[in-house]
Design a protein around this ligand. Structure first.
Ligand code: NCD
Length: 310
């Protein structure tokens, strides 16, 4: 199958074939990453601007690593050192970035829809590295790659997504991707953190975590989005853990070979008991490693590559 991707602003609307194709290509780049010599010339001469208007550690480092492995030229732009702090509008800043003629812009922004807006103002390919509460498509792809590596396929696999669903772009992107691939997605969290419009998604919602975790193949714990919460939506960390956290006892409800995922950064003792965060079921660092391979695949595709990697 030939695969083409102009931009990657979200997982919503991508077909199962496209998602599988991206994951296959990421698998190829993962093998490249396991070689002694990890650098390939695929993006030589391609300029990538990393435009990060919201804090990020993992995602930014992962994109930069992916770009370097592909031999792209990179330029890093972060909000704290830019004129955005001086009152310039997003569109004006973007136009200045555009004047440098990048081929690809990777954007993280606190405003939902910023990557989409960008596609209308610049000629470069745009990759969404997380926009507000909206989507975080490369995170969902790396999560899906991790699930596929452990479970072989998605069809009928029970995936429990637990926590702050409302404010989580990771949850939204995963829900779109996993339901498209035929997984049986269950969500649970405090009622203040479950979106009212959940019926629009093909998921089963629970007020308690136990039925979501029961016989699960995958448990994906979400971070409490403290920076996005205006008023407190839960009483305190201890109580959150008591009702919604993943303890060793709760993990026993799931299948024996259940994997535990978390997009990071983990709030230890809030979402995950420390012994679960460090336990054998967790695949958190594998998720991080897969992030580089997935981002290499996406960069390669939006740069105009085909289905077959170099
Ligand atoms: C996520 C994010 O920023 O959306 N983290 C990440 O990209 N690794 C999840 C989170 O912050 O909770």
């Amino acid at each position: 199958m030939s695969l083409s991707l102009e931009h990657l602003v979200g997982i919503e609307g991508l077909s199962a074939d496209t998602l599988s194709g991206i994951l296959d290509l990421a698998g190829h780049f993962k093998r490249v990453n396991q070689r002694k010599m990890k650098k390939v010339p695929a993006l030589r001469g391609v300029m990538v601007v990393n435009f990060f208007v919201e804090n990020s550690t993992r995602t930014r480092l992962s994109f930069e690593t992916a770009e370097k492995r592909l031999s792209a030229d990179t330029l890093n732009f972060s909000a704290s050192t830019s004129s955005l702090k001086k009152g310039e509008t997003l569109v004006d800043t973007i136009k200045n970035v555009q004047a440098m003629s990048p081929d690809i812009v990777v954007i993280r922004h606190w405003a939902a829809g910023a990557p989409q807006l960008l596609t209308r103002h610049i000629d470069s390919a745009v990759i969404n590295a997380g926009d507000g509460w909206h989507e975080h498509p490369t995170q969902a792809l790396l999560d899906m790659l991790t699930i596929r590596e452990h479970k072989g396929s998605f069809e009928g696999k029970k995936v429990a997504i637990i926590g702050d669903i409302t404010h989580s772009r990771v949850a939204r992107s995963n829900i779109y991707g996993l339901t498209t691939m035929g997984a049986d997605v269950h969500v649970a969290g405090p009622p203040t953190m479950l979106p009212a419009a959940l019926e629009q998604f093909d998921v089963t919602a629970h007020a308690r975590v136990e039925p979501a975790m029961e016989a699960a193949d995958v448990i994906m714990m979400l971070r409490i989005q403290k920076e996005r919460l205006g008023a407190a939506l839960y009483p305190n960390d201890r109580e959150y853990f008591r009702f919604f956290g993943l303890s060793r006892e709760r993990l026993r409800l799931a299948k024996d070979d259940c994997i535990v995922m978390h997009p990071g950064p983990v709030n230890r003792g809030v979402e995950l008991a420390p012994e679960v965060a460090d336990g054998d079921s967790n695949v958190i660092l594998q998720q991080v490693a897969n992030g580089v391979a997935v981002r290499m695949a996406v960069l390669y595709l939006v740069a105009g590559g085909g289905a077959v990697a170099p």
